[in-house]
Design a protein around this ligand. Structure first.
Ligand code: ADP
Ligand code: MG
Ligand code: MG
Length: 494
C-alpha cells in the first residue's frame, strides 16, 4: 500500500468515528429562516396528515410535541406510547394493536391536526422544511477517499459539513451519460431510489448536479461490497452462517421491491453492500424497472454471468429474473466462484449463454444438502417452475429449510445480530491506486435539452432521509428550541 492510500484511509476512518464532523459554522448553516420567509411553503405544502405527521420524521416529532403540549391530548399520547411499545415488543395480538393505532390516527387527523397547523409547532416544521429545500452544491459536502467505480463515474466518501453525517456520493459524468445515452437510466435510478424506504435498500439523501456530474448521495455502506468480502479476504467464499444471513436479508429486500412492482435485474455481489454493523443493503438500481400491474418486460439487461435464461432468450419476464439472481448470489458466496464460469476463465458470450440456458451447474462439497437444494431450485431454467415464482410473492423462498434458523419477522425489524461485524478501523475496498481513474470525455458538448434533463434530476434533499439525518446527528435536539413563552422565533444564541 502506498503512503497516499494510507493517508486517504486514515482520514476516512477518523471521519467515520466522527464526534467532530460538523463544521464550526454548522449553526449558521442550519439557521432557521424567519417565519415570514415560509409563506410560499405554507400555501403550497400538501396538508396531508399521514405525510406531515406520520411519515416525515421531523414532522412526526413536532406533531408529538404539539400533542404533549395540549392537556386534553395527554391521554391519547400515553395510549400511543403504550401501543407502539406493545407492537414492537410482542408479535401476538399485533392485529388488535394495529387496529387501535389506526383508530388513534383517525382521531388525531381530525381536530388535533387542524389545531396543530395553527400552532407554533407547525411554524417550526415549516422552518425546517425551508432549510430542507436549500440548494445543494459541492460546498454542502467534504470529500474523502474514492470508494469504487461504476459504469458512469466514481463513488466517493462524503460528509455533510453542517451535520457531520457520512454518505457515499455516486457521480455520473455528464459526458459519459450523454455519449452512452444513459439519461433515462440515471433518472430512473434516482426516481426509484427516492420512492423507496427500506432497511434493505440504500437510501437516497440528495440528488444534485455540478458542472461535470450528476450526483446521488446515498447511505454510506462502510463494510464495502460482497464481492470484496468473497474474494479479497482470505480464501474465496463465505462461511455458511454469513451466506444464510446475507441471502435472507437480500430476500427481504427483493420482496420489498417486488411488492412495489419493482424488478431489480442487477443482483450480483458488487451491488450488495455491507453497513458498519454488518447488515446488507441492495444498491445500484440503474437497471430496475417498475412493472405495471401483472405486466412483463423484455430486454436483455444485467450482467451476462448473472442473467436468467429467459432474459438471455429475449422472452418476456417478470420477477423471476431476480430469484435466479439470488440463486447465483447464494452459489457464488458459497463456492467462491459464480455458477457458470470458473475463476479466471473468460468464456465467449455465446458459450456463457449456452451454459446458462442449457448447462448444469456443479456443486462441490462446500454445499450442504439444503444449500444445494436452495440453489438448484432458484437456478431452475424454467421460470414457471423456479422457486420464488409461484403466487406467494417470494414467501416460499423464506420458507425453504436453508433459512430454518432465520426469524424473518425479527430480521425485517432489524433485530437480528449480524454474524460478522466489519472492523471500524478497516477500509473495505481496493486501494485508491488500484481503482482506475474516470475522466471527462473531450469533445462532447452539452446543450439546452441536456439542461432540461439535468433539472429533472437536480431535486436536492430527499425529505425523509434528510430529516433522519438531522435527527440522528443530534442537530434537531440542539436546534429545535422555542423562545421564552412560546415565541415563534428560536432562542437567540450567544
Ligand atoms: P454502477 O451502477 O456503475 O455499477 P454502483 O452503484 O454499483 O455503480 O457503484 C460502484 C461501486 O461503488 C460498488 O460496487 C461499491 O463498491 C461502491 N459503492 C457504491 N455505492 C456505495 C455506498 N453507498 N457505500 C459504499 N460503497 C459504495
Ligand atoms: Mg454496480
Ligand atoms: Mg448500475
Amino acid at each position: 500500500m502506498e503512503i497516499e492510500d494510507m493517508v486517504a484511509n486514515s482520514a476516512l476512518i477518523k471521519a467515520r468515528e466522527g464526534s467532530n464532523g460538523r463544521s464550526w459554522k454548522w449553526r449558521e448553516m442550519l439557521r432557521f429562516p424567519h417565519i415570514s420567509q415560509c409563506n410560499d411553503l405554507a400555501t403550497t405544502i400538501e396538508r396531508d396528515y399521514y405525510s406531515l405527521c406520520v411519515r416525515q420524521p421531523i414532522g412526526k416529532k413536532l406533531f408529538q410535541l404539539f400533542c404533549r403540549s395540549q392537556p386534553e391530548l395527554q391521554n391519547h399520547m400515553s395510549l400511543q406510547d403504550a401501543l407502539v411499545r406493545q407492537s414492537s415488543a410482542c408479535f401476538q395480538g399485533t392485529n388488535l394493536t394495529l387496529s387501535f393505532i389506526r383508530d388513534l390516527h383517525k382521531y388525531l387527523s381530525g381536530e388535533p391536526f387542524i389545531q396543530y397547523q395553527k400552532s407554533m409547532f407547525f411554524d417550526r416544521f415549516l422552518q425546517w422544511k425551508q432549510l430542507e429545500r436549500k440548494p445543494i452544491t459541492k460546498q454542502t459536502f467534504r470529500k474523502y477517499r474514492l470508494l469504487g467505480k461504476g459504469g458512469f463515474g466514481e463513488v466517493w466518501a462524503y460528509q455533510v459539513r453542517a451535520t457531520g453525517m457520512m454518505y457515499a456520493c455516486k457521480k455520473l459524468e455528464k459526458t459519459h451519460v450523454k455519449t452512452r445515452k444513459g439519461e433515462s437510466m440515471a433518472l430512473n435510478e434516482k426516481q426509484i431510489l427516492e420512492s423507496l424506504d427500506s432497511r434493505f435498500v440504500v437510501n437516497l439523501a440528495y440528488a444534485y448536479e455540478t458542472k461535470q456530474a450528476l450526483c446521488m448521495v446515498l447511505t454510506m455502506m462502510s463494510g464495502g461490497d460482497l464481492r470484496f468480502h468473497i474474494y479479497n479476504i482470505g480464501k474465496p467464499g463465505l462461511d455458511t452462517e454469513r451466506v444464510c444471513f446475507y441471502a435472507a436479508e437480500v430476500c427481504c429486500g427483493l420482496i420489498h421491491l417486488h411488492q412495489k412492482s419493482i424488478l431489480y435485474r442487477d443482483l450480483k455481489p458488487e451491488n450488495i453492500l455491507l453497513d458498519d454493523k454488518g447488515h446488507i443493503r441492495i444498491s445500484d438500481l440503474g437497471l430496475a424497472v417498475r412493472l405495471s400491474e401483472g405486466k412483463l418486460v423484455r430486454g436483455r439487461v444485467g450482467t451476462l454471468g448473472y442473467m436468467a435464461p429467459e432474459v438471455i432468450g429475449h422472452e418476456r419476464y417478470g420477477m423471476s429474473a431476480d430469484w435466479w439472481g439470488l440463486g447465483c448470489l447464494v452459489y457464488e458466496m458459497t463456492a467462491g466462484q459464480p455458477p457458470f464460469r470458473a475463476r479466471g476463465e473468460h468464456p465467449k458470450t455465446s458459450e456463457m449463454e449456452r451454459r446458462i440456458q442449457m448447462g448444469q451447474e456443479e456443486y462441490s462439497d462446500k454445499f450442504s444438502m439444503v444449500a444445494k437444494d436452495l440453489c438448484s431450485l432458484l437456478l431452475t431454467k424454467d421460470p414457471k417452475r423456479r422457486l420464488g415464482c409461484q403466487d406467494s410473492k417470494g414467501r416460499e423462498v423464506q420458507a425453504h429449510p436453508f433459512f430454518q434458523k432465520i426469524n424473518f419477522r425479527m430480521l425485517e425489524l432489524g433485530l437480528v445480530k449480524p454474524p460478522f461485524k466489519p472492523d471500524p478501523r478497516q477500509v473495505y475496498c481496493s486501494d485508491v491506486h488500484d481503482i482506475d481513474e474516470f475522466s471527462t470525455l473531450k469533445g462532447v458538448t452539452l446543450n439546452q435539452s441536456d439542461n432540461e434533463f439535468y433539472s429533472k434530476f437536480n431535486t436536492g434533499s430527499v425529505p425523509i432521509t434528510w430529516q433522519n439525518e438531522i435527527i440522528e446527528t443530534g442537530c434537531f435536539k440542539e436546534l429545535n428550541l422555542f423562545g421564552p413563552e412560546g415565541s415563534r422565533s428560536p432562542l437567540k444564541r450567544s
